[in-house]
Structure formats: C-alpha cells, structure tokens
Design a protein around this ligand. Structure first.
Ligand code: HEM
Length: 319
C-alpha cells in the first residue's frame, strides 16, 4: 500500500500545487471545516463482509476475489464538503467507499459515486469547473454565466450532468443507491490474462428514490439514522459487478459513456452489517489507486489526480 501522504510532502517545493488549489476551491464552495474531509464530509462508517463469485477468481488473482469472505470497512457519505449538509437536499450526491482487508494484512480500496460518468477529464478542468461553481459572495449563488461558459466549452461536462443529475436525487437509504467507480481498471488472472472494465455496486433491494413529499418530510440526517436502524436489525447488501470494456471503449476518459450492451460479470456480494465510529488512531483513507496484485490502474488523468488531491485533504483534516 502506498503512503499517499508522502505525495504531498514530495509536491512541496515552495509553490502551491494544483491539488492544494483544488482543495482551496472546494473549501470556497463548501466552507472550510477543520477536521473534516474537503468533500464527502458527512458520512457513516460501517463494517461488513465481501464474498467473491467463482467468476471473479477467473478474472483476477487478487486475494479478495478468490472466494474466501474478506472483512471490509465501508463509508457511506454525502458529496458535500459541509459536514452539516442536509441529507434531504434535492440534489444530494452520495459516496460509497469500500476497503477490502486482505489476508496478508494489506488492504485495497474502491471509492464510488452514483454518477454514471465523471464530469471532467483532468485536474485542470476539475479546478476550473470548481472555480466556476463558487458562489458569488454577494448573492450566495454561483455565477450562472461562468457555469454556462464552462459547459459550452466542455460538452462532456454538460453530458455528465444531464446523465448524472437524476442519480443524485435523494434515495430512501444509502443502501438503495447504486454507486459507480467510473475509471477503467484491469483485472489480471493467474496466468497474466488481462480484462479491462468498470466496477459498479448495485443495491440488492434495487435503487429507490424519494418522492417530493417524502423528501420534504425527511429530516436532515435521515440517511445516517436509517442506516443505523437498518443495521441494528439486519444488513445492507450490494452486488459488485464488472462491466467489460468493448473494442473502442476509452480506458482513460471517465467522462465517456460506454454506450450500448456490454458483458457484465458479477464479482461478489457485500454484506454491510454494523455501524462503527470512525477510527481515531490515524486517518481513514480510501485511495482509488490503493490496488493489489491482480488489479491494475489505467492512465486516466482523473485517477492520477485523486490520490494527491486526497492527500492534501487528509493532511489538513489531520492537522
Ligand atoms: C479530480 C477529481 C477528484 C477530486 C479532486 C476529488 C477530491 C476528493 C477529496 C479531496 C476527498 C476527501 C479525501 C479525504 O479527506 O479522505 C474525496 C473523497 C471522496 N471522493 Fe473524490 N475526488 C475526485 C474524483 C472522484 C471520483 C471520480 C470519485 C468516484 C468514482 C470520487 C469519490 C469519492 C468518495 C466516495 C470520497 C469519500 C471517501 C471517504 O468516504 O473517505 N471522487 N474526493
């Protein structure tokens, strides 16, 4: 497992890195909240078990895909960087981050969101789009002209918003939302055979969105409360699927839809069983390039940008 905090230290050469600029820009939208993540600030940490299918073991030699149940740490979150955000906001992006604890004591992570594709292609566009969305101090609202100008120059962002907004509507539970890891990863089997695809988490109860009336009646912490109540008497289930890349699918552009039918392989079942307090003996970090033998990353610029941006957030929240 790589030491992601080292990335920040290496980047420190007296200038402000783009990753620090990104976290500053996220803080300008959400406010700065010491001790909290720069985004996905509000959430609930759980534990569970992941059990892989035989098909997972055929595609990848990764330890957690061999069929023996592995323990997991799972954090469900709201996308906002404001820890006081309401769960009942009409547009309330969510997150599901899963850490698989491997038999050798190491771990590997998948962090995912309900969006079907990501909004931008690289760190520079992430920074520019975040800045365009920053509320004007006088009106408290983003400058629509700046947002529209960005969207006019970036049709991939406009497309991602159009596809993604319905998925950001509030669900009845964190456990009735779907989540996608968006980047392509390569699964490597025991003989070195490779298969590219994208991970998707599907709730076993299906996706369930609130009606307008239910949303208006919902409390600002209903997602956290529902999860605690659900796990006090039962469990939450998700199926991990791997959507196989077809010829011509981009492996590096997370804004690109893989349109049309694709072969989908069920990799396993996650059973989330208990809520726990966030550990205090060190930062709980879900890093999308914290991989393990049997899984390889793509040359996706967003994937490459995440780890150093997360490191800035982690360093600041632990300060
Ligand atoms: C350049 C693009 C991105 C940037 C700059 C960014 C930034 C961040 C930051 C700063 C954090 C807080 C990290 C921490 O303090 O631990 C975070 C958390 C998170 N991000 Fe991203 N992110 C990006 C792309 C994505 C994508 C593509 C996904 C999903 C596929 C994603 C899903 C998540 C999730 C689920 C969390 C919460 C993890 C947790 O519960 O600890 N992010 N992101």
């Amino acid at each position: 497992m790589r030491d992601s905090l080292a990335v920040v230290s290496e980047a420190k050469n007296g200038t402000v890195s783009i990753y620090e600029e990104i976290v500053d820009a996220l803080n300008a939208i959400n406010g700065s909240h010491p001790g909290f993540r720069a985004v996905h600030a509000k959430g609930t940490v759980c534990v569970g078990t992941f059990t892989a299918t035989p098909e997972a073991g055929s595609l990848s030699r990764a330890a957690h895909f061999q069929g023996e149940p592995v323990k997991t740490t799972v954090r469900f979150s709201n996308a906002s960087g404001n820890p006081n955000t309401s769960d009942a906001n009409p547009i309330a992006g969510r997150g599901m981050a899963v850490k698989f604890h491997l038999p050798d004591g190491e771990a590997t992570d998948i962090a995912s969101v309900p969006l079907p594709v990501f909004m931008v292609r690289d760190a520079e566009d992430f920074l520019a789009f975040t800045k365009a969305r920053t509320p004007d101090p006088e009106t408290g609202q983003p400058d629509q002209e700046k947002v529209m100008a960005f969207l006019a120059d970036h049709p991939e962002t406009a497309n991602a918003l159009q596809l993604g907004l319905p998925k950001l509507a509030p669900t009845s539970s964190y456990a009735t939302s779907g989540y996608n890891a968006l980047h392509a990863f390569c699964l490597v089997d025991a003989d070195g055979g490779k298969q590219w695809g994208r991970y998707e988490w599907h709730p076993t109860e299906g996706e369930q969105y609130l009606s307008d009336e239910q949303r208006e009646a919902a409390g600002s912490d209903y997602l956290q409360e529902e999860l605690r109540e659900r796990l006090a008497s039962g469990a939450a289930g998700f199926r991990l699927e791997f959507r196989l890349a077809a010829d011509g699918d981009s492996l590096t552009d997370p804004t690109e839809e893989w349109k049309g039918e694709r072969q989908v392989v069920a990799l396993g079942e996650l059973t989330v069983t208990d809520v726990i307090e966030e550990p205090t003996d060190g930062p709980l970090v879900f890093d999308p390039i914290n991989l393990t033998d049997g899984i390889e990353p793509s040359d996706d610029k967003i994937l490459a940008a995440r780890s150093p941006a997360y490191s800035v957030s982690i360093e600041r929240r632990m300060a």
